[in-house]
Design a protein around this ligand. Sequence first.
Ligand code: TRP
Length: 336
Amino acid sequence: MGKDQKKIILTGDRPTGKLHLGHYVGSLANRVKLQDEYRQFIIMADMQALTDNAENPEKVRDNILEVALDYLAVGIDPKKSTIFIQSLIPEMSELTMYFMNLVTLARAERNPTVKDEMRQKGFGADVPLGFLAYPISQASDILSFKADLVPVGIDQEPMIEQTNEIAEKFNRIYAPVFPPVKSLISNAPRLVGTDGKAKMSKSLGNTILISDSSTAIMEKVMSMYTDPEHVHASDPGKVEGNVVFTYLDIFDEDKAGVKEFKEHYRRGGLGDVILKQRLAAVLERIIRPMRERREKFAKNPKAVRKMLEKGTAEARSVVQETLRDVKRAMKINYFS
Ligand code: TRP
């Protein structure tokens, strides 16, 4: 099958911080797998990141390179996946403007993801309009490529629903331009943080980064939450709710070894330090090749920049094509 017959995937991230193991199990590993079978576009959604970071654009700017390095580190291959920067494709913003006329304020306020985030950020009536509109902009991200599939976490499902609503409305009012989009919901459960909190997240300070050094990994694992009642190595310990075992279940391929450790821990006699050393070694084995690849690319930021420029140019020509269809459908293709 030629490159052009492949189904199209659109996925991406807000460049607001280095990526961590939660991103890896939730989406990055999947992207590495999907890039062979699909035509995959990866958006670095800097404009979306600015909708709640308007006052520190340098954070977004600096993280473009960091996130690009994380992508390359985990094995996203720019020959197979097209990585691009949202703000460098003005046609996507243009599409957002047209789409905004198809969405009411009430509908924008009803998006459950936005509602949750507004509550978390305490925005109330002072919500920036750009933030309220980011799902409309995200619909443009997706529809600009006439994407077939969007791999997302369950919390992003309402975005796909709203995207299809906008596409249907556009098609109905003007002309059938946009095919329906399907979400590909990840079945990987959310990775808990090193502190045992439900979610690994930068703002909670409980992450293990793809770029972490072996010392950082060791320190973070050593500070992990185990069983507060397992005080002496000889005490019997709890496996359930013990974050170290949660991680071993996910990352340690030696299942028999993990089972043995669980039994030993339950019966008593297995100290936390030995247990944690096992996990640190497992994580180091996974992260080391990523870190090494990352360091190699980090030495050559010019090449990374070139890769982003090339990806953006390629993505832009696809979006321009879509915008031609859009303007023709809307009959605002004045001089063509
Ligand atoms: N909202 C996504 C996030 O916060 C990033 C994103 C922007 C995205 N545009 C997208 C994801 C389009 C999938 C498709 O991580």
